[in-house]
Structure formats: structure tokens, C-alpha cells
Design a protein around this ligand. Structure first.
Ligand code: HEC
Length: 175
């Protein structure tokens, strides 16, 4: 390959990378309708001080143990989340975590990041393949080993189907 052809190939590659990057941060993209209006849902952390690392699993994800986070559930998943264990979620359940770096941001409701768990299928078992995940209000939901592997721990810790923040979790960790 000549030098200029190589340069062109690299430039093309960079353009593809840039475009791919733009797809996830496109300011004109609309939030997925499955969670666009999550703030009108049931806020299950209402009345709590949702910080720390109660399950000792967070590490640095979800803004870590010094972060603050609110969890919302849509009507389809509400009964399963607020009921007693075992917590098994019907297809169509969506849970949103709205997370902040610190208490001041949380109180002001600013600079929040969104992560989303969607139960997109139900094969009758607690299987990671039933769930898809999104890291951002305008991100696309899809399978994620990263999200699913850690969330598998909800099964043994809280007898729950890939969702940590259940009634049992909130009760156990109430301060
Ligand atoms: C290292 C472990 C870990 C990884 C990786 C992880 N999470 Fe979580 N997630 C947690 C824990 C622990 C909680 C709840 C407990 C808390 O807030 O202290 C949680 C809570 C949530 C919640 C609120 C509902 C619930 O299950 O409690 C959502 C939604 C969520 N995570 C989505 C995601 C998405 C999307 C990804 C991937 C981009 C992800 N998580 C990756 C550990 C993880």
C-alpha cells in the first residue's frame, strides 16, 4: 500500500469510529420510548438516603460508593419489585437507575447518568438472555456480558431476577 493509500485507509477508519461514536451521543437522538418518561414512574428509593455500597459489589461502577442513586420501575415491573422474594419480573419490566456523583447533585437533580435494565423476553427461567441493558438515556439497549455478569449476583444475594433493588434489598439495607 502506498503512503497516501494508507493515510486514506486510516482516515476512513477514523471516520467510521467517529460516526460510531456519534451514534451513541447524537444530540438529535431521542431516548428509547421504553424509558423516556422514567421520572413519572414509581421511585422505589423515595424516602431513603441511597448511597454507600450495601451489597459490597459496586466497586467503581454506578459512580461507586460515594455516589447517590435513585431507582425507578415502570408499571409492568412494579409488583415484582415491591413484592416479597422471589422477585421474578414479567416481560416488559424496565428499571432505571439515575445516578449522581455526590449528594449536592442528587439533591439538585443535576448531572445525572442513566443506566437501564429491560426484561425483553421471558423464557420462564432466570436467564441473562431475557435481559438487555443500556448505559445512557439515549443509548441503545442490547445484551451486555459486563452488566449481566455482575447483576447475576442478585439471584443468590436477594433471590431476585437480575435486579438488586427490590423490597427485600431496601428493607435489609435500610439505615
Ligand atoms: C460490578 C457490578 C455491577 C455492574 C458491572 C453493573 N451493575 Fe448495575 N447495579 C449493581 C448493584 C450492586 C446495584 C444495586 C445496588 C446499589 O445501588 O448499591 C445495581 C443497580 C442497577 C440498577 C437498578 C436496579 C437494580 O438492579 O438494583 C440498574 C437499572 C442497573 N444497575 C443497570 C446496570 C447496567 C445497564 C449495567 C451495565 C452498563 C450495570 N448495571 C452494570 C452492580 C453492577
Amino acid at each position: 500500500m502506498t503512503r497516501s493509500a494508507l493515510k486514506a485507509a486510516i482516515a476512513a477508519g477514523a471516520a467510521v469510529t467517529l460516526l460510531a461514536g456519534c451514534a451513541s451521543i447524537n444530540p438529535f437522538a431521542k431516548p428509547d420510548p421504553r424509558w423516556a418518561d422514567f421520572k413519572s414512574w414509581t421511585k422505589v428509593t423515595e424516602g431513603t438516603e441511597p448511597t454507600g455500597d450495601p451489597s459490597r459489589l459496586l466497586g467503581t461502577v454506578h459512580k461507586g460508593e460515594n455516589g447517590y442513586r435513585d431507582v425507578y420501575v415502570n408499571d409492568i415491573g412494579k409488583e415484582a419489585l415491591l413484592g416479597d422474594a422471589p422477585n421474578d419480573f414479567p416481560e416488559g419490566s424496565v428499571i432505571v437507575k439515575h445516578q449522581f456523583d455526590n449528594k449536592a447533585d442528587w439533591e439538585a437533580g443535576k448531572n445525572g447518568d442513566v443506566t437501564v435494565s429491560v426484561k425483553a423476553a421471558d423464557d420462564g427461567t432466570r436467564n441473562k438472555d431475557n435481559w438487555i441493558w443500556a448505559a445512557g438515556m439515549k443509548s441503545k439497549a442490547g445484551p451486555s456480558e459486563f452488566c449481566a455478569t455482575c447483576h447475576t449476583a442478585a439471584l443468590s444475594l436477594y433471590d431476585s431476577d437480575f435486579v438488586f433493588t427490590t423490597a427485600g434489598f431496601l428493607k435489609k439495607h435500610a439505615q
